[in-house]
Design a protein around this ligand. Structure first.
Ligand code: G3I
Length: 321
């Protein structure tokens, strides 16, 4: 993508970035044994040129798989295929990544299994220990990056999110007990405005539990879906900003060590395609609008960080200026 204003905004505003799609299997591994690193390399090089850290997303997921996978991966070769993908991809960027989402979205509460494991090709082909296998392969391939389990649906106080938090926590606890190399949990944080759902005790206790296991906690894909709000931009922006302020404050209070957005500008948001507004208006889920101007969300996020880390030194008196 060639958008100089967008690139400039990212360079000016970000200390860490993640490729939305360019490091998924379908993008990196389009044919069996053939890799295409062009787009991913451009992003990693951009980050490096601008002194920005880089997250990797993702190595094991049931979505964004290339066509050839279902046709040629079997019980017999699945471990070898996965290990080889992990070694090739992580090896290429070894030492240049802050963290990698090794396994993404492995828990599905409605799947019916007591352990909550989602029915995916990986579970089917490798077996119940595929998550252990993936993290061990990842550590062997790349000793430097923080190995992360990334998940959605953990944020709200609702019963459904509560059940998922319990299953994810039990899964993580098992990994730690078995000595599987995992360093962090990613809470995706795709939030919704215009509902009466609350975020508080459930998420706080989950973060504390995860930190109690010795894991770092990252917010990995934060955005706020405004599709349930009226068209009025001022109304939408105020509601979205309020959610950001509360959410980022909670995360920082609970010791979350990175906050990543799923996009920086409304010009490029997955929500316009995936969850379009009923009135056809463009979504405004991110801190910069389509014209790359900061919105109320930007100031709300900045304020949450400022309150947590007030500027150091003596306050300067107004008349000094
Ligand atoms: O690249 C093709 C393009 O060649 C083709 O012309 C076009 C036609 O629709 O499709 C393009 O691929 C799309 C891709 O985004 C790039 O735009 C896929 O259809 C579409 O499914 C894909 O959606 C992405 C989705 O993950 C699935 O990979 C979204 O952009 C991306 O925001 C979303 O991100 C996920 C995280 O990885 C995991 N957590 C949830 C999050 C939101 O769903």
């Amino acid at each position: 993508m060639h958008d100089a204003g967008y690139a400039h905004l990212i360079a000016a505003q970000s200390t860490m970035i993640v490729a939305e799609n360019a490091m998924k299997w379908r993008a990196l591994h389009p044919e069996s044994g053939h890799y295409d690193f062009a787009a991913a390399d451009r992003i990693v090089n951009f980050a490096q040129r601008n002194g920005i850290q880089m997250r990797g997303h993702n190595l094991v997921w049931h979505e964004a798989m290339p066509e050839w996978f279902a046709l040629s991966v079997t019980h017999e070769n699945a471990r070898q295929v996965l290990n080889s993908h992990i070694r090739t991809v992580m090896g290429r960027y070894s030492g240049r990544m802050h963290s990698w989402d090794v396994v993404n979205e492995a828990i599905h509460t409605e799947g019916g299994r007591p352990d909550g494991l989602r029915d995916t090709p990986w579970l089917e082909l490798i077996g119940d220990d595929y998550i252990d296998f993936s993290f061990r392969a990842a550590r062997a391939a790349e000793p430097f990056a923080l190995l992360t389990y990334n998940e959605f649906g953990l944020e709200y106080d609702s019963d459904a999110d509560g059940v998922k938090r319990t299953l994810v926590y039990e899964m993580l606890r098992g990994l730690r007990q078995r000595g599987v190399p995992i360093d962090a949990v990613g809470i995706q944080s795709h939030l919704r405005a215009g509902t009466n759902e609350t975020i508080g005790y459930g998420l706080r206790s989950f973060i504390r539990q995860c930190r109690g296991l010795g894991l770092k906690v990252f917010v990995t894909e934060l955005d706020v879906d405004d599709s349930r709000l009226p068209n009025d931009v001022a109304v939408r922006d105020a509601a979205v900003a309020e959610i950001y302020k509360n959410y980022v404050s909670l995360a920082l209070e609970e010791g979350v060590s990175a906050v990543m957005m799923w996009g920086i500008t409304d010009r490029y948001t997955w929500l316009d395609k995936a969850k379009p507004r009923p009135d056809g208006a463009h979504a405004r889920p991110l801190p910069f609008d389509e014209k790359l101007q900061p919105t109320s969300a930007f100031f709300a996020i900045t304020e949450a960080f400022r309150q947590r880390n007030p500027p150091q030194g003596k306050p300067v008196r107004a008349e000094a200026f």
